[in-house]
Design a protein around this ligand. Structure first.
Ligand code: ATP
Ligand code: MG
Length: 358
């Protein structure tokens, strides 16, 4: 899978620009604020149908412009595809695939796989369990789009059960009014636990392998240990019911789980150095890229923003080796010297322009 060409109009700092990408490694080099992340964001927009950076997508419209429009040419499954994404303030975004209007981004997910690392993704290792759960659930959905319904249904049932718990505690409803919510939580909750467990089981080995390839130590582990197993969830909800009524919150279930990421037997969140944490997030992404490649017989497009900072020269070299083996990658950096080897294409961005140099 690869993107060949992108045309931007009115997007972030780009009034009008275009870029051609190599099938292998494209490096995007430029100073702070030059437009590197914006270029990756635009690529993601045309391959995935949305911004990986913000949910307020009108921010992508260049200040002073009325709309943005992106056009891309890509190759997927051996076929040339064309996509466009456009947005005007106050209107829904408009997407097309092969010149046909697309309503939901799900159609893009079927046509392309695009995995992105942005510096804020470090939160997956550094921050609270909720961020790891959300990341993992999105990865489960990428592998099995139908799973999105389970996560949404579970979230709704959880909110409704918590509201019901408050009513029961206030004496405005009977404990039996909780039954339907318990049942839904158990059904969708088990599906979530099973989905996460399946993905983690598949990711664990490639994660450890990639982490080693990237220069990490031994003893890498990605472990999902749900506090309640899928089969025990219904029983656990019943067993907790009176305590849940007292506290008016649901005290068990996959919404409280964590995913353990460790290296050398130490939890990365608490003990990892900056470089180790960054390497681990990259390993997670590249491990998923390997799974995608196995599943589709084709590698996803990798978008790696500012990956070299905090990595030593050896880790930078290793990272590029791993990335090159996978397929197409677009990597940004402020320092050309951080590139361990010449890329296939070098794009220099400066004040809203993209120049290709060889
Ligand atoms: N809607 C917009 N209209 C105009 N300019 C914008 C808009 N959104 C962002 N910018 C500007 O675009 C420039 C490029 O931002 P971008 O995040 O792409 O830079 P970068 O090259 O990734 O920088 P860094 O190395 O600091 O990460 C910034 O100066 C930013 O303020
Ligand atoms: Mg940036």
């Amino acid at each position: 899978m690869r993107i060949e060409h992108l045309r931007l109009r009115g997007f972030r700092c780009y009034a009008a620009a275009e870029a051609t990408f190599a099938p292998g490694l494209t490096a995007v080099v430029g100073a702070n604020g030059a437009g590197k992340t914006s270029l990756l964001e635009a690529v993601h927009f045309t391959l995935a149908g949305y911004s990986p950076r913000t949910s307020s997508e009108t921010r992508c419209i260049r200040q002073g412009d009325a709309f943005f429009r992106l056009e891309a040419r890509a190759v997927s499954g051996g076929q040339e595809r064309s996509t466009t994404a456009a947005l005007q303030a106050g209107e829904p975004r408009r997407l097309t695939l092969d010149a046909k209007p697309i309503r939901s981004v799900a159609a893009f997910a079927v046509a392309f796989e695009c995995l992105v690392f942005l510096p804020e993704r470090l939160a997956v290792v550094q921050r609270a369990p909720a961020i790891r759960r959300a990341y993992l659930d999105r990865a489960v959905v990428r592998a099995d789009p139908a799973h999105a319904r389970e996560t949404a249904a579970y979230g709704r049932a959880l909110a409704q059960r918590n509201a019901a718990l408050r009513r029961v505690r206030a004496g405005a409803a009977t404990a039996a009014s909780l039954d339907p919510w318990d049942e839904r939580l158990a059904t969708h909750g088990s599906a979530i636990i099973e989905g996460r467990a399946r993905l983690c089981a598949a990711l664990a080995a490639p994660f450890a392998e990639v982490l080693r390839d990237l220069g990490g130590g031994p003893g890498a582990a990605l472990r999902y240990a749900p506090r309640v197993g899928a089969a025990e969830l219904a029983g656990a909800l019943a067993e907790r019911r009176s305590r849940d009524i007292e506290r008016a919150v649901t005290g068990t279930g996959p919404h409280l789980d964590d995913i353990a990421l460790a290296e050398g037997g130490r939890e990365l969140r608490a003990f990892g150095s900056q470089g180790e944490q960054r390497t681990a997030v990259l390993a997670l992404l590249l491990a998923e890229a390997r799974l995608v490649t196995e599943r589709l017989g084709e590698a996803p497009v990798l978008l790696l923003d500012d990956v070299f900072s905090e990595l030593d020269a050896d880790r930078r070299r290793r990272l590029i080796m791993v990335v090159r083996e996978l397929g197409q990658a677009i990597v940004t950096t402020t320092e050309r010297e951080h590139l361990p080897a010449p890329p296939d294409t070098l794009l220099t961005v400066r004040a809203g322009t993209v120049t290709m140099s060889v």
